[in-house]
Design a protein around this ligand. Structure first.
Ligand code: SAM
Length: 200
């Protein structure tokens, strides 16, 4: 899946027509506010940050010290141009070890469902120690069962994998988090599950 996804984003035009005019809606701003209210510091890690727009731009403008990581070299190059104030790393977020208590918040938007669903809980278990105990997690997950769903976006072939909404919440809890809030986002023909959680 990783090779397909990396190739798909390098070759396709994700930012073009598909993502054009994606703005942060009021509900998402409320979740960012709640995230902010739940943490003490300002260090945020974004897994699968893409080109950094709109979310990392928003977080940096809100005063956060942002680190983004993405598997696509093209996206990282654009993210560095778009948000020079932030730090961006190219790589698979699964291969990283940021060390214990490195971040106040870990966020991830529309990226975790690009790795096989059998690995989702393991990812959250790896992320947990990177977060301070009074930190928070804000992620989007798939909102329905998808084993390995393939589709083309902007000319690049991509693949998604996801469990049901209930199972997504369960696996985050099993990885050591309490769920604070969930929100089901309907965007065009897609449905995504936003989950705000804190370490338990
Ligand atoms: C749908 S885009 C979302 C980008 C950004 N989060 C946003 O909301 O605009 C998914 C991103 O996740 C990245 N990605 C997918 N799998 C990854 C992995 N295993 N490690 C790092 N980045 C990954 C892709 O390269 C792509 O930029």
């Amino acid at each position: 899946m990783r090779d397909t996804v990396k190739k798909g984003y390098e070759e396709g035009d994700y930012e073009g027509e598909y993502r054009e005019n994606r703005e942060i809606v009021e509900k998402e701003k409320q979740l960012f506010k709640k995230l902010s209210d739940n943490i003490k510091g300002d260090k945020v890690l974004d897994l699968g940050c893409g080109t950094g727009v709109p979310f990392d731009r928003y977080l940096v403008d809100e005063g956060f010290d942002l680190t983004g990581i993405d598997i696509s070299e093209k996206h990282i190059r654009k993210a560095r141009e778009n948000i020079p104030e932030a730090k961006f790393l190219q790589g698979d977020f699964f291969d990283q070890d940021f060390g214990e208590n490195s971040f106040d918040a870990v966020v991830s938007f529309y990226a975790i469902f690009h790795i096989p669903r059998e690995e989702h809980q393991k990812l959250f278990e790896e992320v947990r120690p990177w977060l301070k105990d009074d930190g928070a997690l804000l992620v989007t997950m798939g909102a329905e069962e998808m084993e390995q769903h393939k589709e083309e976006i902007g000319g690049g072939e991509l693949v998604w994998s996801s469990y049901s909404r209930e199972k997504n919440k369960e696996l985050i809890e099993k990885a050591g988090f309490n769920i604070l809030e969930t929100y089901v986002e309907d965007w065009r023909e897609e449905t995504h599950l936003w989950i705000l959680a804190e370490p338990n």
